[in-house]
Design a protein around this ligand. Structure first.
Ligand SMILES: O=c1ccn([C@H]2C[C@H](O)[C@@H](COP(=O)(O)OP(=O)(O)OP(=O)(O)O)O2)c(=O)[nH]1
Length: 194
């Protein structure tokens, strides 16, 4: 068993760009799918394609298969991010952006796309690039509960406490803001604790 197969991070160097690389084991579930690759040196994400064609009406969403599965080294995760061009041109968003691929996940990477364009349908053909995958090191934390947290300059300010934007709430202070309330709680077993 190689180090990568046992989950250990294995470093290397890209032959073309000379950049430092991390070896990630990948399985093609569709023999024709291209292995995800970085388009340019310095890119953070490599493109994922759909292996199925699909058409989404305005407001519709679907889960698209990418034809690949991974075994990420321990201490890493992969994040499924939207592609800006697709978002700007067609209004395509990822519902759960960024999707989190756990190191232990061996299933097919899937992409949950939505058509946010109010008028035009969007069509994906087989092997269209639909998202990008960013692999990152992630910390495993151990929470230590305390009575008081150490102070900071920001303190509890958030959700626009530094000012709104021209369109809405520009002069709204943090104190004026209402807490967010989860809607549709009856169909949200996912939101409840164990
Ligand atoms: O965009 C995504 C997000 C997730 N996954 C896969 C990899 C991930 O490891 C697994 C579970 O994802 P997540 O933890 O986000 O989903 P969950 O709804 O919390 O499911 P679970 O209860 O299985 O953790 O699904 C994808 O293929 N694409």
């Amino acid at each position: 068993m190689t180090a990568a197969e046992s989950g250990e991070p294995v470093g290397g160097t890209d032959r073309v760009s000379g950049e430092a690389t991390l070896e990630v084991l990948l399985r093609r579930l569709d023999p024709e799918v291209p292995v995800p690759a970085y388009a340019h040196p310095g890119d953070a994400g490599c493109d994922l394609v759909t292996t199925e064609s699909a058409e989404l009406e305005p407001g519709e969403r679907t889960v698209l298969p990418t034809g690949v599965s991974l075994a990420l080294p321990e201490g890493y995760a992969a994040f499924v991010h939207p592609r800006s061009g697709l978002a700007a041109r067609c209004g395509v968003a990822l519902v759960n952006a960024p999707g989190t691929v756990d190191a232990g996940y061996r299933g097919e990477i899937k992409v949950i796309v939505a058509n946010l364009d109010p008028r035009e349908p969007v069509r994906f053909e087989r092997f269209d690039r639909i998202a990008q995958l960013v692999v990152q090191r992630v910390e495993k934390v151990r929470f230590r509960e305390v009575e008081e947290l150490p102070g900071s300059v920001r303190d509890t300010g958030g959700f626009g406490s530094t000012g709104g934007h021209a369109g809405r709430g520009a002069r709204q202070t943090a104190a004026q803001q209402k807490d967010y309330v989860a809607v549709g709680a009856d169909r949200a077993s996912d939101l409840r604790g164990q």
